[in-house]
Write a protein that binds this ligand. Structure first.
Ligand SMILES: *Cc1c(COP(=O)(O)O)cnc(C)c1O
Length: 386
């Protein structure tokens, strides 16, 4: 059996043809494929708008800039996420603050968010960045009611969760990143994510104003929109009104993303089937701790970017899987323990649930093209060690 990664892209002949077509068309960038991808993505997620950018980290950066953080103001996120979810706060001049995770769902504990804000000074916090970690949706409805009390924005990091959802108190299915409750959300098209574009990212929002600001910031803070210009010298005229960036996605990447998007639902169903098999195989082992996901959540709501289990002999398991060419991963080292963040005074012991989680967690292979035989092999190797 060949090597089995924890996640990988799936490229079809249609994907190749879509990219080839763009390569021989008029635009490699700033052409029609970008807005085609944006419109199709917004439709898939259920948001009003989608703005394509060069990667998920650029999406976080721009979103925090337009949502706004004053120098030194704090933004809350979870310690169990990719470091980009916190780095974007620093890029924008704010301070990253954390709350511990719920030990059963591994998501940011909303009770602790509430408690932190109750004890905060007015204006101490600007916003909250919840993460739909592994693909499990954060309860943004509840988070919205907490955020509104303190006039905070919500930026949902939905990189793990395209197609993921939860049912709100009205019985509506709220999709991750549809911005029913969040002000904006972001996605990544890195090859390990659901939709691969090489590199790529997307910001979703239901606000026309945020959309226009993000579009301007994505391309140097420049506008040619006659309604926005302060002056007008002629057809060539543009104004740079803010200090923006070049965070554009190319047409080449957009055409790959667009082609991949056609199979997103199929891939998601495969992920849920694979999760079902893991759940069943491990259910009888009390030495394997599973994420608290009800069968309904598993089959209908979870996005399953990752399939995480917790075991006492995590290092032994990781090494043994590697010996068998199964390349599992650890998601994530708690952010507050990373050397860069330690300089701001965070210490071991600050977030015990996150730290305990990290000691035992391991992400098993989870991607749509994982075959039944490959998965059986993974399960067999896990059980051998346990
Ligand atoms: C992948 C990822 C990002 C960053 O996306 P890039 O496209 O790699 O910049 C941010 N947050 C989370 C949770 C991610 O998984």
């Amino acid at each position: 059996m060949g090597p089995i990664p924890y996640g990988t892209q799936h490229i079809t002949q249609e994907d190749i043809e879509a990219v080839t077509e763009t390569l021989t068309a008029d635009y490699l960038t700033q052409g029609p494929k970008v807005s085609e991808f944006e419109n199709a993505f917004a439709e898939y997620i259920g948001s009003e708008h989608a703005i394509a950018v060069s990667n998920g980290t650029a999406a976080l950066h721009l979103a925090v800039l337009v949502l706004g953080v004053e120098p030194g103001q704090k933004v809350i996120t979870t310690p169990i996420t990719f470091s980009a979810s916190a780095n974007c706060i620093k890029y924008a001049g704010g301070e990253a603050d954390f709350v511990d995770i719920d030990p059963e769902t591994f998501l940011m504990d909303l009770d602790l968010v509430e408690k932190k804000l109750e004890n905060a000074d007015p204006g101490e916090y600007a916003g909250i960045i919840p993460v739909d970690f592994t693909g499990l949706a954060v309860d943004t409805e509840r988070l919205r009611s907490i955020a509104d009390k303190y006039d905070l924005w919500i930026l949902e990091d939905a990189c793990h969760a395209p197609g993921g959802s939860f049912e709100d108190s009205k019985g509506e299915q709220v999709f991750c990143g549809d911005c029913s409750y969040a002000d904006a959300a972001i996605f990544s098209f890195h090859p390990v994510k659901h939709i691969a574009a090489g590199e790529g990212g997307m910001i979703t929002t239901n606000s026309q104003e945020l959309k226009e600001e993000i579009e301007m910031m994505r391309t140097h803070g420049i506008t040619k929109d006659p309604k926005k210009l302060q002056d007008n010298h002629g057809g060539w005229y543009y104004e740079m009104q803010q200090l923006g960036f070049n965070y554009r996605l190319t047409d080449i990447q957009s055409s790959l993303g667009l082609s991949q998007l056609q199979r997103a639902d199929e891939g998601l169903q495969r992920r849920r089937t694979i999760a079902g098999r893991y759940d069943k195989a491990f259910a009888t082992f009390d030495t394997i701790i599973q994420q608290a996901v009800t069968p309904t959540k598993r089959d209908k709501h979870h996005g399953y970017h990752l399939y995480v289990i917790q075991v006492e002999q995590r290092k032994e398991l990781y090494d043994y899987l590697r010996e068998n060419k199964i390349y599992s991963q650890i998601h994530y080292i708690p952010i507050h323990l990373l050397p860069y963040y330690q300089q701001f005074g965070w210490n071991k012991g600050d977030f015990p649930n996150a730290e305990n989680y990290y000691e035992k967690c391991i992400s098993l292979p989870m991607y749509p093209t994982l075959t039944v035989d490959q998965q059986k092999f993974v399960i067999q190797k896990v059980i051998e060690i346990i």
